[in-house]
Design a binder for this molecule. Sequence first.
Ligand code: ADP
Length: 279
Amino acid sequence: MSCEDCKSKDTCKSKGEGCKEESLKLASRYGSIKNIIGVISGKGGVGKSTVTGIMAAMLAKKGYKVGVLDADITGPSMPRFFGINNKRAKIIPLENDMVKFEPVETDSGIKIISMNLLTAVEDEPVIWRGPVITGVLKQMFVETNWGELDYLLIDMPPGTGDIALTVMQEFPINEIVIVSTPQDMVSMIVKKVVIMAQKIGVKIKGVVENMAYINCPDCDKKIRVFSRKSSEENADYLGIPLIGELPINIDLTEALEEGRAEEYVKEDPLYALIFEGLY
Ligand code: ADP
């Protein structure tokens, strides 16, 4: 089977001959992307977008060409993380009612596409049902002018719903990184994502345990706020490797709120320790 046989013109663009299996996957129309990594968690608010942003910043610091697809259509946070929420992505009309999206670039050249860069204003809600949302997400992946990328990170919405299923089944992702926090309630839900990925046959890189501890301001101790279990024990429960543990860090929160997180994480040696060797 060759690419010409593919059912959809959006598929197989870069895979060449013998693309039977890949023919089911989407392909970027305006990009050549070497690696696609999904970042996912079971629950919202555990730091998935934060980890996506840190990973993107660390990959860019290493000199890779990086893009981020904010797949959290109804709760996008990538533009804020990178301080580009006042910018808009260009929507270029083409023939046959098609459009092409120009991503917004951060200071260090990370290409971002997010619903919050496409709506007229940042706080405009997206009031769509699931099938419309998944359709728009596919369009954002396929029709964005990514150019050449070493890594595209996909910030997935929480849970095992429509979007997670679409990304895992239809996007040509290489692997996923899972984000969790040390709470049994969260681990139980995150485990559902692990099992879902395993059932679909998506490779799991490991888990980042976020908000694992705070650094005691008066001593060197790490205080585990949420759980007496270690991050290793929590990763064992999920049955996947532990990538690293991140503290609750008020300086990071402030940097995120103020849109200067990219610079902040690049300068903090902790993030280099955890993420520089990851890819
Ligand atoms: P999710 O994408 O899982 O919904 P976010 O990454 O948006 O979660 O994080 C939720 C909130 O928690 C944000 O306000 C973020 O600034 C904050 N946050 C996440 N991780 C940390 C951390 N390690 N230290 C301090 N604040 C954090």
